[in-house]
Design a protein. Sequence first.
Lengths: 434, 311
Amino acid sequence: MSRVARAPRVVRSLLAAGMTIVLAAGCGGGGTEEQPGSSASGGEVTLEFAQWWEPELPANALRGLMDEFEAANPGVKVNLLSGPYASTKEQVFAGAAAGTMSDVVGLDGAWVSDFAKQGALADLSAMMNDASYDQSQLASQVKVDDKTYMIPVVNFVYPMFTNQDLLKKAGVTKVPTTRSEFAAAAEKVSKTGDNASGWILPLSLEAPNGIQNDVMSWLWASGGSMLADGKPALTTPQVKETVEYVKDLYDRKLIAPGSLTMKEQDKVEEFTNGRVGMMIDSLSHIKTIRETNPDLKFEISSIPAKDGYTGKRGIPYASWGIGISEASEHKAEAFKLVEFLMSKDTNSKLSSVANAFPGNTGSVPDFVASDEVMKTAFEIYKNSVPANEFTGLPVAEQLMRDFDEQLQVTLTGKQTVDEMLQKSQDAWVSDFAQ
Amino acid sequence: MLTTPAPVVGASVAEQSLRGNRLRRGLVPYGYLSPTVVLMVVLMLIPIVMVISYSVMDNVILKKSPKLVGFDNYTAILTNPTFATAVKNTLFFTLVSVAAHLVLGLTFALLLNTRLLSSRVKAFFRVLYVMPWLFTVAIIAILWRLLLSPNGIVNYLLEVTGLTGGQVEWLSTPDTALFAVTFINIWAGYPFFMISLLAGLQGIPRELNEAARVDGASVVKQFLFITLPQLRPIIISMAMLDFIWTTQQFALIWMTTGGGPINRTEMLSTFTYKLAFSRYQFALASTSAVIILVLSMIIAFFYVRHQKALE
């Protein structure tokens, strides 16, 4: 082959190699070269808003609200980064570590403590003070070391669902309001045959939120607490009573089989299919239950409290929270978006479409007037104290998993409740120290 | 006679161009290799080096300026009782899976290689037997969760035939969970062995078996002294690959039991994942990952040596 022919080949191969390097570098370093999150060009600010809400809302519901915000704030655009809950979580955690978190982020209360310690979230208390924001309109705020890092935008509460047909068949005429009534009802339902169970308890270690929603809810409903001065307090008589109650139901086989690896969606499925008399679950599942089994007659009510308890009942809740990235270059505009979402009208609209309860105390969602079940739920919500002690705790999911592992050992009869609580307490103390 | 410098200059120009040519020619192979090399460096070498460096630091990623802690993380992981449980479970899960894959794969391959059935019947069974391998892990996990659920078909069939009392919690009982996930993995993985061994069986010259038959060898003897030795290289390669893959099985365990109940199905993969994404202990997770890497490399070493011996 002649030199003339060979030379371009060498050039071509080197060029190809060079392009590959550029391509690889472009793939690998794309996130770090850009400014975190936002961009500003020609006096216009674009805010990035990462959340898992858009896929869970009707089409265009959130985008519509953002359009309203953009119309009210000329020069500010909002870019929605939407994904399912789990991938948003991974994205936000990666962003927090790399300093590339979106300007405004959807938050779960369980993440806040870790992000605040990392310094990834902006202090909202200071921003609210600077803007002279009226904080009394907020139903709740999630704080770490007395500084607000997350504001719950809408709340999903977890009341007790009862399958009216099953209860009727079992001869239970009144929805149980105390623990002993609940146990009696669960026993009657379990004895009806047809593989029906009184209660259902998901304890999968993969997603251990059953500890929060289905176990600790019993404690909170009776005014109990798993913390003392913000530190773990699991060896108290009230926690012991709660765990003993759950173990008693388990030992008497009143709980649907398969608990130890069951997940939340399995719980909802079993209830929807009419195999379970009672469950504690999020109101956000009402739509799914109705769509999947339109014939199922169910009611919702407060979680039963221990016999003789007369105080206000705690009701577990989960939030769609909002926070601002410390790395954001447009904190002022980001705060405007937070203010907008928390305003009375916007919050009413958002909670209406999300089937959730508003984070603004003045907002009233539409469904309260149109849906009987949701109306009852709103009554329960107003008469209860929203309680979720895991919100704002460090490595909240790991705390649930530690407790879950020990509870599983106890339920399978390999240790006593006292041993379990002591071991969980030790594990939590060590988790808190991290 | 005077010599003019011209030829010298000419010689040096020629020499230079020769050297340039040689250099270019020497670079060409590297030019061709470079895309692969760059990809290997970016996608493999850099991440591996990063993970190894994370494993000797205190909590990386979450701390802004992590410090070097030497082998503290290794001590912490190796003395963790859950890690020991995960190693034991992983070994049980892997050894039983590989052995069962081999036996089932070989049995089905022999059945499909028979000359007693028509090719249409064989094609039907070939499709049937290969089915488990066509499903993705997510489908397999959901399928078996439904089949093995207390109200599932498996329990129904066992109850109808009177073998159990019904409502057995296969995946949720500490005594049965590890067996259940191992069974699912066996079901999902045997076709890979079956297909490869079938290809191997079809490559065995018929003359060997015919000669053995003429010499009066029984079917068992033919299998032991002709079929097995002929398949040996494939069997060893497949077993080693399967061993490496099965030790790394994560998705199936995560989607069926999440490592539970208690820690009866905790594997090295789920243990590492929980450290990283549930405890946010990325340094400890990296340490665990490095330990798994070393273990995998030992197996890979034997695999490569075996492959070289074949050449």
